[in-house]
Design a protein. Structure first.
Length: 158
């Protein structure tokens, strides 16, 4: 058996074990939905956002460096189709809603994200204005304290 065959056999053996470990770990995350835990919706969203991020980072870094963008896009589309097939099986009502409203959901989501970013920018600008106003107020207060201090000394020393 030459070196390439050994490396191929090793990859198949090791990858199967690692994939099983990851699936087991994901199933342990699913157990968080049990009655033994109290969680907020945004905490669960954060967990799954992290998992999806790790998967995306992984598939983009493993040997896909030699893959064309078209092939990467096809992979993403296949992944999305697989997700929709899972949704169809696990939550038929959600699938039906997605089938009808997905384009609007995507458009609205993108527009909402743009609005959030603009609002965040405006919030920071407003915060900067408020800080400047407070600095001006503080300056006025310091001047008034100085004037009062001089008046007090004059009244009490005189």
């Amino acid at each position: 058996m030459d070196n390439i065959d050994k490396r191929r056999e090793r990859f198949l053996r090791v990858s199967q074990k690692r994939v099983k470990k990851v699936i087991d770990a994901i199933e342990s995350v699913n157990a968080l939905a049990g009655n033994n835990y109290k969680f907020e919706k945004d905490e669960i969203i954060s967990i799954f956002r992290s998992l999806y991020g790790a998967l995306d980072k992984s598939w983009l870094s493993i040997s896909l460096k030699e893959t064309s963008n078209e092939e990467k896009i096809n992979f993403l589309l296949e992944r999305d189709i697989s997700q929709y097939e899972n949704i169809k099986t696990l939550d038929a009502a959600l699938y039906k809603d997605l089938k009808v409203k997905l384009p609007n959901y995507v458009t609205n989501f993108i527009e909402d994200r743009k609005t959030e970013k603009n609002n965040s920018k405006e919030d920071f600008q407003n915060l900067d204005r408020e800080i400047d106003n407070l600095k001006n107020d503080l300056s006025v207060i310091k001047k008034q304290i100085g004037t009062l201090t001089l008046w007090y000394r004059k009244e009490n020393d005189g």
